[in-house]
Design a protein around this ligand. Structure first.
Ligand SMILES: NC(=O)c1ccc[n+]([C@@H]2O[C@H](COP(=O)([O-])OP(=O)(O)OC[C@H]3O[C@@H](n4cnc5c(N)ncnc54)[C@H](O)[C@@H]3O)[C@@H](O)[C@H]2O)c1
Length: 348
């Protein structure tokens, strides 16, 4: 009999990619999503459409429900592993709704951990954390402009930040705090109660399934504006800020490897790494290449606790999971996003 994996937030970008990859690898999936993303971001950000297009498979049992519902206990008791992606995922949004952000991200995660501890304590548990747990700490380093991007003055940071970066005594936004809190609970449950649970701290995850809204997932949003000719606002750093981008499928592949070989209590920085790093200004050329349209832009105020430069040092995750490697490069990612958005705009 196949193993059954619970994917929370199964209609989301990462969740839907996990559901599909699990099924391709012979697993059955229970997907749980209450489409809160539509309430948080409005129709353009809704993931109901993702569920309708990407979760139609006889081995995916997709259920429209909240991770905080009591019935989750029975579901957790019945499965062979959990990938927990459901969240309020936006740091600017969390500033407007800190209490709901807490309730989804902290209480929702704690409820799941408790269900695992009480009913099924030897299953693996993947938590999708974030590099926002480090708050503003990356901004405490010095950077200089090199071409169209910032680079750190300290050359030892060239390959990115590792997991030793401190997380406290700085500003995070409520989202950074709620995810850091959930991240610490996951680590604590692994150590205190011997759960096979670990945290994966990402920066920019994207792909064709990413919904294009201003306050979450900048890549599809920029591509959408290039396609529609609307003006982009760059918030801070004049576009020299650097991000490292990973396709959601590469992440799903890593999670699958974790389920099959758990390393309890670990935290991993995961992203596109140095090779998939790009500044916002550099992305304009790539987007123009991919869409044939140039982006027009203006400048807005810098966002609170927004990173000036982030690259994930992949050394630890590569050493613990040597079979895993990022497979999508930046061009492939942006091409997939542009194709998906062209389809969506054509059918709108
Ligand atoms: N996308 C990124 O760049 C990024 C970066 C770092 C970390 N993360 C983390 O990865 C995870 C997945 O991100 P994503 O980009 O796939 O987000 P997403 O918004 O696409 O997916 C999250 C899904 O969770 C659902 N959801 C929210 N609250 C829920 C609840 N109470 N009950 C059930 N479902 C609920 C939403 O409707 C949505 O479909 C999140 O935990 C996020 O914080 C994402």
């Amino acid at each position: 009999m196949s193993e059954v994996i619970l994917v929370t937030g199964g209609a989301g970008l990462v969740g839907s990619e996990c559901c599909r990859l699990l099924v391709e690898n012979g697993y059955e999936v229970i997907s749980v999503d209450n489409y809160a993303r539509g309430d948080i971001f409005g129709a353009a950000g809704d993931t109901e459409r993702t569920a309708e297009t990407r979760l139609l498979d006889e081995n995916i049992d997709h259920r429209v429900m909240d991770i905080r519902d009591d019935e989750m206990e029975d579901i957790v008791a019945s499965v062979d592993g959990v990938i927990h992606t459901a969240a309020q995922p936006s740091h600017p949004k969390s500033i407007e709704m800190p209490v709901e952000d807490f309730d989804i991200n902290v209480r929702g995660t704690l409820d799941l951990l408790e269900a695992v501890r009480t009913h099924n304590d030897d299953i693996p548990f993947v938590f999708t954390s974030t590099n926002k747990v480090y708050g503003e700490v990356p901004n405490f380093f010095s950077y200089e402009k090199v071409g169209e991007r910032f680079e750190p003055v300290d050359e030892t940071l060239f390959e990115g930040f590792d997991e030793s970066l401190r997380i406290d005594q700085n500003m995070h936004t409520p989202f950074g705090v709620s995810k850091a809190s959930a991240d610490l609970y996951v680590q604590e449950y692994a150590r205190m109660y011997d759960l096979d649970a670990a945290c994966f701290r990402m920066g920019c995850i994207t792909g064709g399934a990413a919904r294009a809204v201003e306050l979450h997932n900048w890549e599809p949003y920029f591509v959408k504006l290039a396609l529609t000719g609307e003006e982009l606002t760059i918030y801070g750093y004049e576009g020299y800020q650097v991000r490292d981008v990973i396709h959601a499928r590469d992440l799903a592949d890593l999670f699958l490897r974790y389920l099959e070989n758990p390393r309890p209590g670990e935290v991993y920085n995961v992203g596109g790494g140095r090779e998939n790093s790009i500044s916002l200004r550099e992305s304009f050329d790539l987007i123009e290449d991919v869409t044939g349209n140039s982006l027009s832009y203006t400048y807005g105020d810098q966002r609170k606790a927004d990173h000036q430069w982030w690259i994930s040092d992949l050394s630890k995750v590569r050493s613990h999971y040597p079979g895993w490697e990022r497979s999508y490069d930046l061009r492939e990612i942006f091409e997939e996003i542009a194709d998906a958005l062209r389809n969506e705009l054509d059918t709108a």
